[in-house]
Design a protein around this ligand. Structure first.
Ligand SMILES: Nc1nc2c(ncn2[C@@H]2O[C@H](COP(=O)(O)OP(=O)(O)OP(=O)(O)O)[C@@H](O)[C@H]2O)c(=O)[nH]1
Ligand SMILES: [Mg+2]
Length: 253
């Protein structure tokens, strides 16, 4: 569907066992932004989320579903969804969780910011952003993770791990999705880092992030350790290449 000057847009919603949430979130999204299409990417959820999504799709041509056979992580699901969205010719491709943490009613802010950005992030950690109902441990993990990202990668982005975002099609085409290896939540940081490294414009807009009320979290220890090891590796690589550039400059002068 068309969306002002930005062209056609779709929001990719990855799901794994979100039967308690899928109908409500898709309904809210369609009501808040009737011009945007919705692409659900379900990893064969045992709780029947995929079937419920199919029913939504049957009732609303703006909703479509991709069924994957195995749970292969958030990153893999998004890469699949992006490939489908790019092939279908969308100009704006977004990400949103199915559990209600990202409020569709705030998507208008992100769309507004995309007018002058290549990637817009709905951010918890810029002035005006907030988190509702998070235990202290989750808060510390998110803030600590973002601090680590900023220190190691030298990025200015405050919420590089956030999963509420809008990409221009041109951004996804430029950042070489074929070489993305991140499978878990570090996928978000990976794509932010690639966007920054390509010299593209990242804008953060404040959102109110609401902790999920229904269903279970998919955050696991291995998801967290993938984040730590990949970010450390990228950080060290970045420092090494900075050193090399510094040495080359000194030799040249
Ligand atoms: N297709 C697919 N979706 C996934 C996978 N892992 C997580 N998701 C979805 O990605 C979104 C974010 O996952 P959550 O479990 O809410 O992760 P979280 O927000 O860090 O954890 P909570 O704080 O408990 O909500 C949700 O819509 C999940 O259903 C996966 O392996 N495949
Ligand atoms: Mg969640």
């Amino acid at each position: 569907m068309t969306n002002g000057g930005l062209g056609r847009g779709v929001i990719v919603v990855p799901t794994y066992n979100e039967a308690l949430n899928i109908e409500r979130i898709v309904g809210r999204l369609r009501a808040a932004q009737p011009d945007l299409d919705v692409l659900v990417v379900d990893d064969g959820s045992p709780d029947g989320t995929g079937r419920l999504a199919d029913e939504l799709a049957a009732a609303d041509p703006a909703v479509t579903v991709v069924h994957r056979t195995a749970k292969e992580g958030l990153g893999a699901a998004y890469l699949h969804g992006f490939a489908v969205a790019l092939e279908r010719g969308y100009d704006v491709i977004g990400e949103m969780d199915a559990d209600g943490s990202h409020q569709p009613e705030q998507l208008g802010r992100l769309l507004g910011a995309l007018e002058s950005a290549d990637l817009v992030i709905g951010s918890r950690w810029v002035p005006g952003g907030s988190v509702v109902n998070w235990p202290r441990s989750r808060m510390l993990l998110s803030r600590g993770g973002n601090l680590y990202v900023r220190l190691l990668l030298g990025m200015k982005v405050r919420d590089a791990t956030a999963g509420y975002r809008l990409f221009r099609r041109t951004t996804l085409e430029k950042i070489d999705l074929a070489s993305v290896e991140s499978t878990g939540y570090v996928f978000q940081t990976d794509l932010t880092w690639r966007t920054v490294k390509n010299g593209l414009r990242v804008v953060e807009v404040p959102i109110e992030f609401v902790e999920r009320e229904r269903g279970d979290s998919k955050m696991t220890g291995s998801v967290a350790s993938e984040s730590l090891s990949r970010i450390t590796r990228w950080g060290l690589r970045e420092r090494r290449s900075q050193l090399r550039r510094f040495r080359d400059r000194r030799r040249a002068s």
